[in-house]
Design a protein around this ligand. Sequence first.
Ligand SMILES: [Zn+2]
Length: 228
Amino acid sequence: MQYLERMRDRNGYQVALFPLPGFSISQTDYGTFSHHGGEEYWATDYLAIGSNGQRLYRQPCYAPVDIKCVFINQAEAMAVWESVERVHLANGMIDYLTITCYHDNDIEDGIYPYRVGQVIRQGYIFFKTGTGGTATGDHLHMETGYGRYLTQQSSARYTPEYKFHITDYTTPKRLHNYDALFINDTSPIDSPEHYIWVEFTDPILHEYTSKKFPWVLYSRKLREKRNS
Ligand SMILES: [Zn+2]
């Protein structure tokens, strides 16, 4: 998605959009480096990529829908946000979206400009890529799930109250990022085969019409190539 982009479906539900304008993936949801092969949670690490293919650092991430901050952890440089209303997810579900993000240095440094309870409207900045917490380079670690965030009680793994990751045993339940977030106006510069991104098309009701970047066409071409 692009900065200030807003989208609803024909029933008035907000359409969940991918929070970066362009990316390449440095570790997948089945990654074994720090994502534990996807056994417990599905996380993806994204490098922000600009319209000329250049690497972007400390790139702002845009709220995929209207979201409320529900948890912040300074040491891990992580924040959890849940949608204010039920929204239209990429797999067709209408449900609450919860999104867990890691590595914004501002959180670690104690200068994150948001607090628990704060609402950010779709298309506005809620997070930045970075190296906060445990990270080897500037990126966004993102997990998505359906359902509200009811798990902020505990650091104990394998309990329904576990707060640091979105799993099958927590609420929300985990969803692959591509099953949660539509890819409209985002360029997946480098994305593995099993990431089946979809665009919302039914019909597009923009509250704000973003500039059409030529690399949106590029991403379409990329997908056509992949599907052929
Ligand atoms: Zn990660």
